[in-house]
Design a protein around this ligand. Structure first.
Ligand SMILES: Cc1ncc(COP(=O)(O)O)c(C=O)c1O
Length: 1022
C-alpha cells in the first residue's frame, strides 16, 4: 500500500486560480481546504459565489470520479431536504476535466458547489436529536441509493467494512502496545463469530462509506439551539458497493468519538437510521461489530501510515479519540449493544427472552420454592421502595442499615406477614453509592430500576434452587450496596434456544463455601442461605432473586438495578422472577398513575391555563430538603422553589402539622394558644410598630386584605404599582399586577391603578451608571399621585415587592423605596411591602427584604415560605391601620389562623432560627453569586448577575452592548439544567432571566454544583 501523502496533489493556490479561470471561466480567490487524499480549494468570486475545486490524486481513476459525480447528482435530485455538493460543468461541458499542460502525473479536476454549514466534529455537545438526525440522514441517503448502480462501485478499498477483519489483521503489528493489539484481535474474533455467519443475510448496496465527523454538515432546522440537525455530507471519495449497514456503522463510529457513553450515541444514530430505512435483525446484530470495525480499521491503518510517514499530523487526526472510543466500547458486550439497538428500533430487545419466558410459563408448576415460607397472603407483604412510596415517609431510613432493617421488619410485622417482597421493575431511591451513577453525555442518569425480586426474611433462611441447573459462577461482591455473596446458576432446558440463569444475591458467606462452578444443582437443592447486614452489602437481610437470559460474558455478578432510560432492554434481558416465584399479582400490583395518565386527566378535567414546566414535564413524587425526586428515582437539585423555604418536607414542619392535625383543627372563634403564640412570635421578627397580625391562606389573600386595610384606613381607592409586578391571582390583585394586566390575556390598567417604571438598573430607563437613579425612579411616584388626583381620587397605597420576582429578580437601587415611601406618605397613602417571595431570611443580610432598603412599611404581606408549603399567609400592620379596620364589619377567615397552620408557622420559624438559615442563605448566596459572576468572564451570553442571598437572577443576552434579551436561550438552559438534574426557571418580561430561589437547605456545595452545571450548559449556547 502506498501512503496517501505519496499521491496527494501538490498544487499552489496560483495554479488553482488558473484552473478556475481556464477550465471554468471563474475569476475567484482560492483558499486551500484540508483533505486527506485530494487537494481542495475553496473558490470565492466577487458576487459571493463559492465553489470547491477538487484536484484528484494522480492514482484516482476517472470512472470512480464519475461514480461520485453521478451519486451526488442522484442524491441532490432525490433528497431535496438535504444538501450535497453537485459537480459543475467546465466551459467545454465536461464534469471531469484534466489539469492541462502540467508535467508529471495526470490529475483530474472537478468543480463542485459549495455547501455552507458547520462540521459535525465542530459541534458540541451532540444532542440525542442531532445524533438521531445523523442516522435519519444516512437512512435517507441509503434508501435513495438502493436503486443507484455504477460499475465503478465494485472496487477495492481499505475502508470496505466487508474486509475489516482482514485489514485490521494485516496492520495489527503496527498497533501500539499489547493491550491495544489484544483489543483489535478481539474485534477480529467478534467479526468472525458474528459477521461471517450472517454474510448471507446482509444486504449489499452502493454506500457513501464515509460519514466521518469532518464530512458531515450540521445546520439549524428551526430557530432554536436545540434544533441543530444534520443537513448534508461533503466527501464522496470512499463510495463503493458494500454492506448496506456500512453507512450507519460508520456514522455511529464517528458519533461515538469523545463520548463518555458511546453506546448511547451509537444507539441514537442507529434508531434514526432505522426510522428512515428499517434495518433487518441480522444487520442490527452485526452493527456493533461493524462500528468497532470502522474504528479498528482507522487506528490500524493510521498506525501503519504513521510508521511509514512519521510526523504527518493529519493521519492521527482522530486516532487518539478512536482508541479511546474503542477502549470504552470494548467494555460493552457486543450483544448488549445489539439489544440496545433492538430496543431503540422498537423490537423485543433480547431475542432469547421470549423462548425462556414461554418455557418458564409452561413449567411453572414444576418449580421448587426458593425459600421455605409460602409466598401468598397473608404471609407476604410488598415492601414499597419506589420514590413515591407512602410507607417510606422518611427516606433517611435508607441511609442507615439498622433503621432500614427495622423499617422493613415493621412493615412485615404490621401486615402480620413472614416475608417482605421488593418489586421487580420498581425504580427506587435506595441506590446512593457512586457505582450507581451511569456515564451519560447528555442527561444525568443513575441506575435505579430494580430488575430482580427481593425476598426480605431473617438471616439464615435457606435458599433453594427452583429449577435443575449447574453452578455458573459465584463471587463475594463485597462493595457497599453491592450483592455480597452471590451465586449464579445456569439452566439449560432442551426447549429453550439458549441457556438462562438465575441469580441469588445477598447470601451468607458460608453459602459460597460448598459450591463451585460446573457443579450440578437439582431443583430443591439448598444453595445457600440469606446473609446478614454485615456481609450482604449493607442491606436489610434479603434474597435478591433474578432471572437473566444472557450473562453478557459476566461471571459472579450481574447488574440487579439498571438505568430507567433503558427500561425495555433490561426488563427483556431479565424477565420477571415472579415467573418462578409465583407470588399472587394482587400482592405486587401498584395503583400509581403514570405521567401519560395524569396528563390525559389534566387535559380532560383541569383548565389549560394551568401551565406545566418543561417541554418534557417532570413527574415529581417526593421532596426532601433541597432535592426533588421523580418517578424514576431521578434526583433534582431544586434551585427554584422558595415555598419549601426550610427544605422540602422538613421533618420538623411535617411533624408539627401531623401532630396538630391529629389533635385539633378549628377556627379563630375558639381560643387556642397556637394562634396567640404564632402572632406574638411573628411580630417579634418585625420592627415596631408592626404588631397586629391577620392570618390568611395565601399570598394573594394577604395582598387583597392589605388593599382592604389601606383603603379603609385612607378612605381612598387608588394604588401605585411598579411595572412588571405580580401580587396575586385574585381579581383585586390582577388589577394591580402589570405582569398580568399588561401581559397575554390582560386588558391593561384599571383607572384606579397607576404604574411607575421598574427601577431596573440593567434594562430600565436609568441604568447602572445613571447618577441618582434611585431618586429619578422614585420621582415617578409623584406623577402617579398626580394622575390619581387628576381623576378626583386619592392614593390609598403604594405596593411593592421588596425585590421584584416576575419582573426578573430586580433589586432596587439603594434608597428607592425610601424615596417612594416618603412621597406616598405625604400624599396620605400607606406603604405595603409584599414579602411573599423574599421574606423570612432569604436575602441573608436581613430577615425581611424591605430592611435592605432601610424602610418601615405600614403593612407587610407574607405567603409562600411562611408555611413551607402549607397554605398559609399573613398580613402584619400597625395598630393604627388595624384600628381603622375595626368599623363594625367582622373579618372572618375560615381557615386562616387555624391551629394546624399556626403550628406549621411556628415550626418554620423554629427551624429558621435553630438551623441559622438566614446566615446560611448569606453564605451559600455569596458563593453562588460569586461563582455566577466568574461565569460572566467566560460566557458573553451572561449579561447580568444580581440579587441578594438566595434570591438571584442571571440575565442572558445575545449581545452585551445592545442587551438584546436571549429568551430562547434561557428556556433552553433551564431545560438542559433539568436534564442535568438541576431545576431552575426563567422570568422577566422577555423570559431571559434565570431565577434562582432555592430552599434555604441549599448549601455551598450545591452552589458549586449549580455553577458547574450552568457553566457546562452555557457552552452549548455561546
Ligand atoms: C410577589 C408575590 N405576591 C403575591 C403572590 C401571590 O401568592 P399566592 O400565589 O400564594 O396567592 C405571589 C405569587 O407568586 C408573588 O410572587
Amino acid at each position: 500500500m502506498t501512503t496517501v501523502a505519496e499521491n496527494r496533489p501538490r498544487f499552489e493556490p496560483e495554479e488553482a486560480l488558473q484552473l478556475a479561470q481556464g477550465l471554468y471561466g471563474l475569476r475567484v480567490s482560492a483558499n486551500e481546504l484540508p483533505s486527506e487524499r485530494d487537494q481542495n480549494f475553496l473558490l470565492s468570486d466577487e458576487s459571493g459565489g463559492q465553489y470547491v475545486l477538487k484536484i484528484a490524486s494522480s492514482v484516482e481513476r476517472e470512472e470512480v470520479l464519475d461514480l461520485q459525480n453521478q451519486a451526488m447528482e442522484h442524491l441532490s435530485a432525490s433528497l431535496a431536504t438535504y444538501s450535497f455538493p453537485r459537480p459543475l460543468p467546465a466551459l467545454q461541458g465536461n464534469k471531469i476535466a484534466v489539469v492541462p499542460g502540467r508535467p508529471g502525473p495526470r490529475h483530474f479536476v472537478r468543480l463542485l458547489t459549495y455547501i455552507p454549514g458547520r462540521l459535525f466534529a465542530d459541534v458540541r455537545p451532540h444532542s440525542p436529536a442531532l445524533l438521531r438526525s445523523l442516522g435519519e440522514f444516512y437512512g435517507a441517503v441509503d434508501r435513495s441509493l438502493l436503486d443507484f448502480e455504477h460499475p465503478a462501485a465494485e472496487r477495492d478499498l481499505v475502508w470496505d467494512l466487508r474486509h475489516a477483519h482482514k485489514t485490521v489483521g494485516r496492520y495489527l503489528e503496527y498497533a501500539g502496545d499489547a493491550n491495544r493489539r489484544a483489543l483489535l484481535q478481539s474485534f477480529i474474533r467478534d467479526f468472525e463469530s458474528t459477521v461471517i455467519p450472517l454474510l448471507g443475510e446482509l444486504r449489499r448496496s452502493t454506500v457513501h462509506n464515509d460519514g466521518n465527523d469532518y464530512n458531515v454538515l450540521v445546520g439549524m432546522a428551526g430557530d432554536k439551539i436545540a434544533d441543530l440537525r444534520v443537513i448534508g455530507v461533503l466527501d464522496f471519495g470512499d463510495m463503493l458497493r458494500s454492506f448496506l449497514a456500512s453507512d450507519p456503522a460508520i456514522a455511529a463510529a464517528y458519533a461515538v468519538l469523545g463520548k463518555r457513553d458511546p453506546l448511547g450515541a451509537a444507539t441514537a444514530v442507529v434508531s434514526g437510521y432505522h426510522a428512515s430505512l428499517p434495518l433487518t435483525e441480522a444487520e442490527l446484530e452485526v452493527l456493533p461489530v461493524l462500528i468497532i470495525g470502522r474504528l479498528a480499521t482507522s487506528v490500524a491503518v493510521s498506525a501503519f501510515q504513521q510508521a511509514r510517514e512519521p510526523g504527518n499530523r493529519y493521519l492521527s487526526i482522530s486516532e487518539a479519540q478512536a482508541w479511546e472510543a474503542l477502549e470504552r466500547l470494548s467494555a460493552v458486550h457486543v450483544r448488549h449493544a445489539y439489544y440496545a439497538f433492538r430496543e431503540a428500533c422498537g423490537m423485543e430487545p433480547c431475542p432469547r427472552s421470549p423462548s425462556v419466558v414461554n418455557w418458564l410459563r409452561e413449567h411453572q408448576a414444576e418449580f421448587a420454592p426458593v425459600i421455605d415460607a409460602g409466598l401468598t397472603p397473608p404471609d407476604v407483604v410488598p415492601i414499597d421502595l419506589s420514590p413515591g412510596s407512602l410507607s417510606l415517609s422518611d427516606m433517611t431510613v435508607l441511609n442507615d442499615v439498622d433503621r432500614f432493617a427495622r423499617w422493613v421488619d415493621e412493615r412485615v410485622a404490621e401486615a402480620g406477614a413472614k416475608v417482605g417482597v421488593g418489586r421487580y421493575g420498581e425504580s427506587r431511591l435506595a441506590y446512593s453509592e457512586a457505582q450507581y451513577l451511569v456515564e451519560r453525555d447528555w442527561a444525568r442518569e443513575s441506575r435505579t430500576l430494580h430488575i430482580g425480586v427481593d425476598l426480605f426474611a431473617t438471616p439464615g433462611t435457606p435458599v433453594y434452587a427452583p429449577i435443575d441447573g449447574m453452578v455458573h459462577s459465584l463471587a463475594n461482591n463485597s462493595r457497599r450496596q453491592d450483592y455480597g455473596p452471590t451465586v449464579i446458576v445456569e439452566h439449560r432446558p432442551q426447549e429453550t434456544a439458549e441457556p438462562f440463569f438465575t441469580l441469588y444475591g445477598h447470601l451468607s458467606l458460608d453459602s459460597l463455601a460448598g459450591l463451585e462452578p460446573g457443579r450440578a444443582v437439582h431443583r430443591g437443592d439448598r444453595i445457600g442461605s440469606i446473609g446478614d447486614c454485615a456481609v450482604n452489602g449493607g442491606w436489610p437481610p434479603h434474597l435478591h432473586f433474578q432471572i437473566i437470559t444472557d450473562m453478557l460474558g459476566r461471571e459472579g455478578d450481574f447488574p440487579g438495578v439498571a438505568p430507567p432510560g433503558n427500561r425495555e432492554l433490561w426488563l427483556s434481558l431479565c424477565p420477571d422472577p415472579n415467573l418462578v416465584l409465583r407470588i399472587p399479582e394482587s400482592v405486587l400490583r401498584t395503583e400509581r398513575w403514570n405521567s401519560a395518565a395524569i396528563l390525559e386527566v389534566r387535559g380532560a378535567h383541569l383548565s389549560r391555563t394551568l401551565s406545566i414546566s418543561y417541554k418534557r414535564p417532570v413527574h415529581i413524587v417526593r421532596g426532601f430538603m433541597q432535592y426533588l425526586y421523580d418517578t424514576d428515582g431521578r434526583r433534582y437539585l431544586d434551585a427554584v422553589n422558595n415555598v419549601p423555604h426550610v427544605g422540602h418536607c422538613h421533618p420538623r414542619v411535617v411533624r408539627a402539622a401531623q401532630l396538630q392535625s391529629s389533635i385539633l383543627n378549628t377556627n379563630t372563634r375558639y381560643l387556642h394558644e397556637n394562634l396567640a403564640r404564632y402572632a406574638q412570635r411573628l411580630c417579634s421578627r418585625l420592627p415596631e410598630p408592626l404588631r397586629v397580625c391577620f392570618f390568611v391562606n395565601s399570598g394573594s389573600e394577604a395582598n387583597d386584605l392589605a388593599l382592604r386595610l389601606a383603603r379603609t384606613h385612607t378612605r381612598c381607592t387608588d394604588v401605585v404599582v411598579i411595572d412588571g409586578a405580580y401580587h396575586g391571582n385574585l381579581t383585586s390583585l390582577i388589577d394591580i399586577s402589570p405582569y398580568k394586566f399588561d401581559g397575554p390575556g390582560g386588558t391593561g390598567a384599571q383607572p384606579h391603578v397607576h404604574k411607575v417604571p421598574t427601577p431596573d438598573l440593567y434594562r430600565g430607563l436609568y441604568r447602572e451608571d445613571e447618577p441618582q437613579a434611585a431618586q429619578k425612579y422614585g420621582d415617578f411616584v409623584d406623577d402617579a399621585i398626580a394622575r390619581a388626583r387628576n381623576r378626583g381620587a386619592g392614593v390609598a397605597a403604594f405596593i411593592g415587592e421588596s425585590i421584584m420576582s416576575c419582573a426578573g429578580q430586580i433589586v432596587f437601587p439603594p434608597g428607592y423605596l425610601k424615596h417612594a415611601y416618603s412621597k406616598i406618605r405625604s400624599a396620605g397613602g400607606v406603604c405595603i411591602a409584599d414579602e411573599v417571595q423574599v421574606g423570612f431570611g432569604r436575602v441573608g443580610s436581613h430577615f425581611w427584604a424591605f430592611e435592605t432598603q432601610d424602610v418601615l412599611p405600614d403593612i407587610v404581606t407574607m405567603g409562600k415560605p411562611i408555611g413551607n408549603g402549607h397554605p398559609l399567609g399573613a398580613v402584619v400592620t400597625t395598630p393604627e391601620v388595624a384600628a381603622s379596620f375595626v368599623n363594625g364589619m367582622e373579618y372572618f377567615n375560615t381557615f386562616g389562623g387555624n391551629p394546624v397552620s399556626c403550628a406549621v408557622g411556628l415550626a418554620v420559624l423554629d427551624v429558621i432560627e435553630e438551623e441559622e438559615l438566614q446566615s446560611r442563605a448569606q453564605l451559600a448566596g455569596n458563593r453562588l453569586r460569586s461563582g455566577l459572576q466568574d461565569l460572566a468572564g467566560r460566557h458573553r451570553i451572561l449579561g447580568d448577575v444580581r440579587g441578594l442571598g438566595l434570591f438571584l437572577g442571571v440575565e442572558l443576552v445575545r449581545d452585551r452592548e445592545s442587551r438584546d434579551p436571549a429568551g430562547d436561550e434561557a428556556a433552553y438552559v433551564a431545560e438542559r439544567m433539568k436534564e442535568q438534574g438541576v431545576l431552575v426557571s426563567t422570568d422577566g418580561p422577555a423570559h431571559n432571566v434565570l431565577k434562582i430561589k432555592p430552599p434555604l437547605a441549599f448549601n455551598e456545595s450545591d452552589a458549586d454544583l449549580f455553577v458547574d452545571t450552568l457553566d457546562k450548559i452555557l457552552f452549548e449556547v455561546s
